[in-house]
Design a protein around this ligand. Structure first.
Ligand code: NAI
Ligand code: MG
Length: 359
């Protein structure tokens, strides 16, 4: 057996404390089955810690994560603490310090998961969102607070290096799938940064196509407003979508809603060069409205954990976990958000049953 994978576990707040243990149960079973080992480093960081100490994580928190192989995150956020405190106190510093410049969000029709479309089957796309620059910058400010002259300015920052690396990642991913790459843009209205985005994306794709990939990449740039409509009307026509931080944030929530909603969607914050740990989390938040009642759907967390196993090189185990998850959903055992009656534990046990019967 090779050395254990070192994974930092930040269950966080609310239902994070319920769905993370569900995912860990699955990995422990897989580790035994496939002969690998994981050393879990439990981090009790989050809102409870903030109330106690005034900080979401310890001062040297980032340094403590730095030598790990991956970070598994539940969710952070609590009704009594402003969301920018929880976000900027934990999540965003991790994404930026560890250059997790790709936010990967697979979007797929799952068996037995009803979506809002009359035919939601056969959807299989991946959104690659730029994760460390773009519209989410700290550059800007407010002047004349509270006066009629009050004004606010916030700058978008696109760098050639930042756009190029995320475009290359998306293009290579497309080449390994069906070859389709959609670039979300708004270069008709945003006349400086978005034409720059278009140019750099096109250049990156051209270079990769020039190197002769097995599947040449077909690049389409689509205005984001039209793309939003397209994701509802023709979702099957998309393969990989690459988008800036803000546009990708919006498109990925839209796309996950099209295939059945927030409880099932996973996301990976990747440092593709593997110079720093990558972070894996469900798309949903801490869901304070149902926290503590044992009914949270662990699907998004378990799927995110499968992405993590794949990143750690345990691709057979990752595929087995996803297959067991799909088999569990197909068997009709579902949590309440999907119209079923199962609680978190019962659903997780069903996934575990399918792990041992399908492999
Ligand atoms: P949310 O995703 O926590 O909940 C939205 C709705 O979906 C709620 O009705 C909730 O019960 C339901 N829901 C979400 N996940 C579910 C699951 N796994 N199973 C069953 N039902 C589920 O979003 P909301 O309410 O806007 O935010 C709550 C808190 O979470 C806020 O403090 C917010 O800032 C934070 N948040 C944190 C995120 C993160 O840690 N990455 C992401 C999104 C929100
Ligand atoms: Mg979002």
């Amino acid at each position: 057996m090779s050395r254990p994978h070192i994974v930092d576990v930040i269950a966080g707040d609310g239902i994070g404390l319920e769905v993370v243990p569900a995912a860990l149960r699955c990995v422990d079973a897989l580790a035994e089955q496939f002969g690998f080992a994981v050393t879990w480093r439990d981090r009790d960081w989050g809102s409870e810690r903030y109330r106690r100490t005034g900080a979401m994580m310890p001062e040297d928190g980032l340094a403590r994560l730095a030598d790990g192989d991956a970070i598994l995150l539940g969710a952070v956020g609590a009704p009594d603490i402003p969301d920018d405190v929880t976000l900027w106190g934990l999540l965003l510093p991790i994404r930026r310090a560890f250059l997790q410049y790709v936010n990967l969000r697979p979007v797929r029709s799952l068996p037995g998961v009803p979506g809002p479309l009359s035919d939601g089957s056969g959807i299989d796309l991946v959104i690659v969102r730029e994760n460390v620059e773009g519209e989410y910058s700290e550059i800007g400010g407010r002047i004349y607070r509270g006066r009629p002259e009050e004004a606010a300015v916030q700058e978008t920052v696109f760098t050639r290096r930042g756009v190029d690396r995320v475009a290359r990642f998306a293009a290579r991913l497309a080449a390994s799938r069906r070859g389709g790459l959609t670039s979300a843009t708004k270069s008709n209205g945003i006349v400086h940064t978005m034409p720059f985005w278009d140019e750099v994306v096109a250049g990156a794709v051209e270079r990769i196509n020039h190197s002769g990939p097995e599947t040449p990449i077909r690049l389409r740039k689509v205005l984001v407003d039209a793309l939003a409509a397209d994701l509802v009307l023709r979702p099957r026509e998309h393969d990989v979508i690459v988008a800036s931080n803000l546009l990708g944030d919006i498109l990925s929530d839209l796309a996950s809603a099209v295939v059945g909603g927030i409880g099932t969607a996973p996301s990976a914050n990747l440092n593709p060069e593997r110079e720093h740990p990558s972070m894996f989390e469900p798309v949903h938040g801490s869901a304070p409205d149902i926290a503590g009642t044992g009914i949270a759907n662990p699907t998004g967390q378990i799927w995110a954990t499968s992405l993590m196993l794949d990143h750690l090189g345990e691709s057979t185990a990752a595929a087995a976990l996803l297959a067991a998850l799909e088999a569990a959903l197909a068997s009709g055992v579902r949590t309440r958000d999907l119209g079923g009656t199962a609680g978190t534990d019962e659903f997780t046990s069903t996934v575990l049953d399918h792990l041992t019967t399908t492999t």
